[in-house]
Design a binder for this molecule. Structure first.
Ligand SMILES: *[C@@H]1O[C@H](CO)[C@@H](O)[C@H](O)[C@H]1NC(C)=O
Ligand SMILES: *[C@@H]1O[C@H](CO)[C@@H](O)[C@H](O)[C@H]1NC(C)=O
Length: 420
């Protein structure tokens, strides 16, 4: 490259830095979604595995994507083992993935835990939600033939089945959200403590040790952690809240007729949730936030943001809505009131039009970036599922931007001195 060309390039970069700096002076943060992968069919789960991610699709396909290159390769198609269908109304399928590993540094042993809908032997059930495990072999490949079952929950219908797995592995706990599966609200067993439906279940999990090759993961002491839910499809368990010394368990729960509101709960052990209905008790826990149809119609619980890229969102809970496609932050004001704010995220970071998406789930990568698993809103059954990353277009708190101006001015000075 000639000296002139490189100076020209530097000038362009400098001017860009200057322009960005000017943008920042508005002090208003704007967010957009960067597409990391597409042509997926309803992605429901994303888990980090080394430098790659495992992506689980609702109909049972699991693929592996390199986050840097964006290259996606097939891992396994479990659709033959699951109950699922093409219908948007059918909630059965692959529901959740969770990579767990033993904590010995030398030779950590990895296992993939998954929840999916399988045939039930219970004549009254539509199907069972099954937690199963697939070991990774020593080359890091999933040994699908060695899949084994850990536990199962019968489901009364093919809708509102929950199905997310969450882990608090330092304590050896695993949680499963179940959904009440009720087609009518009168049939809901959400408050029935003999039923596992409409609950968050807590289990003790024993991971296979690294030394015994044949040892299997096992689940024991399954109990009801909290009750009263409709369909807690996605929750966020923030165990890293070191500063305030507490664990926060956020759950989004969908509305049920005749109760029209989507709700977000802060879940605690042994508590009853749910809306004020006939069976309600005086000490039932209330939602920390609720919204109705003008905002959305199917809440999807998200993540507590801990990444470095979006400092203004640090420690806030983010959630979305499947129907409206909006993404919100939810934060507790000093008064103790929880306030939500629409991020007004625009699509693909390449235009300013609001994103039109069906938000299915949230995930994060090693860097704590917020990833969004979504379907295009066209709903025509084609492979329009995507993985998106939340980014900031411009922001007052970008740490390096203050230098941009000086770099730009310096470069301009250099350019005019040396070249012209
Ligand atoms: C986020 O907040 C926590 C305290 O709650 C702090 O320790 C951490 O450094 C903050 N991270 C960023 C990126 O600002
Ligand atoms: C999104 O738009 C609404 C309405 O204009 C506004 O109140 C809100 O602050 C915006 N959110 C952000 C993050 O800018």
């Amino acid at each position: 490259m000639s000296a002139l060309a490189s100076c020209g390039l530097l000038l362009v970069l400098g001017l860009r830095a200057l322009a960005e700096q000017n943008d920042d002076s508005s002090g208003k943060e704007r967010f957009c979604l960067e597409k990391l992968a597409d042509h997926l069919s309803r992605p429901v789960a994303l888990e980090m595995i080394g430098e790659d991610v495992l992506i689980g699709e609702h109909r049972g396909k699991i693929s592996r994507m390199n986050l840097h290159t964006g290259i996606v390769s097939d891992v396994v198609d479990l659709s033959g083992r699951l109950l699922t269908s093409q219908s948007w109304m059918d909630h059965r399928g692959l529901l959740s993935l969770l990579v767990v590993q033993t904590d010995d540094v030398e030779k950590p042993r990895r296992t993939l835990l998954l929840t999916s809908s399988r045939t039930s032997s219970n004549p009254e059930a539509d199907h069972d939600t099954v937690i199963s495990a697939i070991p990774f072999d020593e080359n890091g490949k999933l040994d699908v033939e060695k899949e084994y079952e850990l536990t199962r929950v019968s489901q009364p219908s093919n809708r509102y089945n929950g199905g997310q797995l969450l882990a608090q592995l330092d304590k050896g706990f695993l949680y499963l959200t179940t959904g009440d599966g009720a087609m009518k609200y009168q049939q809901s067993k959400r408050f029935d403590m003999d039923s596992s439906n409409g609950k968050i279940l807590k289990m003790k999990i024993k991971l296979p040790s690294s030394s015994e090759a044949d040892e299997l993961a096992s689940v024991r002491e399954r109990s009801i952690f909290a009750s009263g839910f409709r369909n807690p499809w996605r929750c966020a368990l923030d165990t890293r809240e070191v500063s305030r010394g507490r664990t926060q368990f956020f759950c989004g729960d969908t509305a049920i007729d005749p109760h029209p509101e989507e709700e977000i709960f802060l879940v605690r052990q042994g508590k009853r949730y749910g809306f004020p209905i006939a069976e309600a008790q005086a000490d039932d826990e209330q939602a920390i936030y609720k919204y109705s149809l003008e905002t959305g119609a199917a809440v999807v619980g998200g993540r507590v943001y801990k990444g470095n890229g979006l400092p203004s969102l640090n420690d806030t809970f983010l959630f979305g809505d499947y129907v409206s496609g909006k993404i919100f932050t939810l934060a507790e004001a000093p008064s103790g009131v929880w306030k939500a704010n629409d991020l007004n995220a625009s699509d693909w970071c390449s235009s300013s039009t609001p994103a039109k998406l069906h938000i299915v789930a949230f995930a994060e990568n090693h860097y704590g970036d917020l990833l969004i698993l979504a379907d295009d809103a066209s709903r025509d059954g084609s492979q329009k599922g995507m993985i998106l990353k939340l980014r900031q277009i411009s922001g007052a708190s970008k740490p390096l931007s203050g230098y941009g101006k000086y770099i730009a001015i310096g470069l301009l000075f250099f350019f005019f001195q040396t070249v012209i």
